[in-house]
Ligand binder design. Structure first.
Ligand code: AMP
Length: 511
C-alpha cells in the first residue's frame, strides 16, 4: 500500500516523500484513514512502529485551513515525558512544513514565559506533558474548550508515572464533542477502562500483540553477582560490535555512578536522567543522536520513546521492575526493520523479575556467557546460588543454562561482597501514598517538577509499594528514618501508639 491511497493531502504527501518514506507502516495504514474520517481510535502500538506519524499526518490535514484563537488550542497531544513531547513536535515540524500550523510545546524544565507567548499567538497544535499543562491552565494561560482533537499517547506509561489523575482532570476540561485518539503499548484493564471512558465508539487498531518483544531483536541474559555487573558490562561492550548503546538503570543514582565508572574505564559515555535540567537532557540526547556520545546510561523515564532508528544495542544494567518496561527498553533497538541486540544483566536476586518478563513475552530470554566471567544461577529464596559453568566462556553466546529450578550445588560465602543498602533505603523516594492531601497551590516554580516526582515514583513499581509494610510506608517524620540514615537504626522495641511522643523511659526499653 502507498501513502497516496490513505487520503492524505498533497502537501503532507510531499513532506512524507521528502522524509524518504515510501510505504506506510502497518499502524499508519490502519489508523490514518480512520483518523481522517473523524473517528476515535484506540491504538495498541509501541513506539518504533511509526505510531507518531499515524496521528501527526492526518491531524495536519484535519487542522489545516483554520486558525487557533489566542490561548485556545484546537488540538491537544498529551505525552508522558518531555522527550516524547519534543519528538512529537519534531514530527509536526517535518511533516507540517507545507502547512502553516502554529504549535506550542508545554513541557517542564523550561521557562513559562516563552510558552505563554506561544499560547498567546494562537495555537493549532498543543503538545504537552500533563503537569505543565495544568500549571498553565491554573494560571489561566490556556483554555481548553476549543480542543477538537485530543491525543493521549503512551497511556500505559502515564499510568506507571502516576499521571492518570492529571489526565482525567484535563479531559474533564475538554469539550465532550471532540475526536480522541488513544495510544498505549499495552492494554492492562485499568487502561482499557480509561479508554472506555474517554472514547466514543472507537475503532481499535492493534499492530503487534500487547507487550510482545520485537522479533528482530537478538536478546541475551546473564546472571552475575551484583558487584560484578560493571565488569560484566564492560566485557560485553568490548566484545560486541557496538555502534551506539543505551544502558538502562533502575535508579537515577546508579545512572550517574555507572556513567562515571564507564568514563573512568575509557568509554565514551553520557548520562540521561530526570534530575538533569531540561537543556542538559536535550544537549546529551542531541550528542547521542549525532554520535558524539556512544553509550548513553539512562533511567526509564528519561529514555522513554527515544527515537534513534539505528541504535545497535540496549543493555539492562538492572532487570526492570515492571516486565512491560523490559519490552519498552529493548524496543529502543531493532527499529525500522533493523536487527538490534539487547543484553540483560541480572543479579542472583533478580530471578523473580526475569520470570515475570519471560511470562509476559512468552519466551525464555536466551542465557549468554560473559567472556572470562563465571556464570551464576538465580537464588531460590534462601540466599544460595550455584556456580555455573565456570570460567572460560568465550563470547556472549547462549549457554543453555536453565533459568530456574536447578538444584544448587554449593554455597558461596557472601561476606566478601560489598554490603548493599536495603532496597527501600536505596530508593530514596516518596511513594504516591505518602503525599499529603492536596493543599492550595503555590506558584509551581517552587515545586519539584511533576515529571521529576513521577520519575521518583517510577523507580519503584506500584505492586512493590503496595506490598511494603504499612510501617515503612509512613512519612519519614513518623519513622525516624533520618535516625536510621545516621547509623542509629530504628528501635524495633519502641512502644506503638504514641506517635512521636514516646516518653523516654518507655522508649529505652531494656531486655
Ligand atoms: P515512532 O513509532 O513514531 O516512534 O517511529 C519510529 C521510527 O520510524 C521513527 O524514526 C520514524 O521516523 C520512522 N518511521 C515512521 N514512519 C515510517 C515509514 N512509513 N517508513 C519508514 N520509517 C518510518
Amino acid at each position: 500500500m502507498s501513502f497516496e491511497s490513505l487520503g492524505l493531502s498533497a502537501p503532507v504527501l510531499q513532506a512524507v516523500a521528502e522524509k524518504g518514506y515510501t510505504q506506510p507502516t502497518p499502524i499508519q495504514e490502519k489508523a490514518i484513514p480512520i483518523v481522517l474520517m473523524g473517528r476515535d481510535v484506540l491504538g495498541c502500538a509501541q513506539t518504533g512502529t511509526g505510531k507518531t506519524a499515524s496521528f501527526v499526518l492526518p491531524m495536519i490535514d484535519i487542522l489545516a485551513g483554520s486558525r487557533g484563537k489566542m490561548r485556545m488550542p484546537r488540538s491537544l497531544i498529551l505525552e508522558p515525558t518531555r522527550e516524547l513531547a519534543a519528538q512529537v513536535a519534531e514530527n509536526f515540524d517535518i511533516y507540517g512544513k507545507y502547512n502553516k500550523l502554529n504549535m506550542a510545546l508545554l513541557i517542564g524544565g523550561v521557562s513559562f514565559d516563552d510558552q505563554e507567548r506561544a499560547l498567546e499567538k494562537g495555537v493549532d497544535v498543543l503538545i504537552a506533558t500533563p503537569g505543565r499543562l495544568l500549571d498553565h491552565f491554573e494560571r489561566g494561560k490556556v483554555l481548553l474548550n476549543d480542543v477538537k482533537v485530543l491525543v493521549i499517547d503512551e497511556a500505559d506509561r502515564m499510568l506507571d508515572m502516576g499521571f492518570i489523575p492529571d489526565v482525567e482532570r484535563i479531559v474533564g476540561y475538554l469539550p465532550k464533542l471532540r475526536q480522541t485518539l488513544f495510544f498505549s503499548a499495552t492494554m492492562p484493564p485499568e487502561i482499557k477502562r480509561l479508554a472506555d471512558r474517554f472514547l466514543q465508539n472507537p475503532k481499535e487498531v492493534t499492530v503487534s500483540p500487547p507487550a510482545s518483544a520485537g522479533t528482530n531483536i537478538v536478546q541475551g541474559l546473564t546472571v552475575v553477582p551484583e558487584e560484578d555487573k560493571r565488569e560484566a558490562l564492560r566485557r560485553l561492550i568490548k566484545e560486541q560490535d557496538i555502534k551506539n548503546a543505551l544502558v538502562f538503570c533502575n535508579r537515577k543514582r546508579d545512572v550517574a555512578i555507572l556513567q562515571t565508572s564507564l568514563k573512568k574505564h575509557g568509554f565514551n559515555a553520557g548520562a540521561l536522567h530526570g534530575d538533569m535540567s531540561q537543556p542538559a537532557r536535550m544537549e546529551t540526547l542531541e550528542k547521542f543522536k549525532q554520535g558524539e556520545i556512544q553509550i548513553l546510561v539512562a533511567s526509564d523515564v528519561a529514555a522513554r520513546g527515544l527515537d534513534i532508528v539505528d541504535m545497535s544495542h540496549v543493555f539492562n544494567f538492572d532487570v526492570p521492575y515492571s516486565p512491560e518496561d523490559y519490552v519498552h527498553r529493548i524496543g529502543r533497538t531493532g527499529r525500522a526493520g533493523r536487527t538490534g541486540h539487547s543484553f540483560t544483566l541480572a543479579s542472583p536476586a533478580e530471578g523473580g523479575l526475569v520470570e515475570a518478563i519471560e511470562k509476559l513475552i512468552g519466551a525464555a530470554i536466551p542465557r549468554v556467557e560473559v567472556p572470562g566471567m563465571d556464570a551464576v544461577a538465580f537464588e531460590e529464596g534462601d540466599g544460595r546460588r550455584r556456580r555455573g559453568r565456570g570460567r572460560g566462556g568465550r563470547s556472549a553466546r547462549p549457554t543453555g543454562d536453565k533459568p530456574r529450578g536447578e538444584k544448587r550445588e554449593h554455597r558461596e560465602p557472601r561476606e566478601h561482597r560489598e554490603p548493599r543498602e536495603p532496597r527501600e533505603a536505596r530508593e530514596h523516594r516518596e511513594p504516591k501514598e505518602h503525599r499529603e492531601p492536596r493543599q492550595p497551590r503555590e506558584p509551581r516554580e517552587h515545586h519539584e517538577p511533576r515529571e521529576q516526582r513521577a520519575e521518583r515514583r517510577h523507580a519503584e513499581p506500584r505492586k512493590e509499594r503496595a506490598e511494603r509494610p504499612q510501617r515503612e510506608r509512613r512519612p519519614e517524620s513518623h519513622q525516624g528514618r533520618s535516625h536510621e540514615r545516621h547509623g542509629g537504626g530504628r528501635d524495633e522495641r519502641a512502644p506503638v501508639g504514641l506517635g512521636d511522643h514516646v516518653p523516654a523511659f518507655l522508649a529505652r526499653g531494656g531486655r
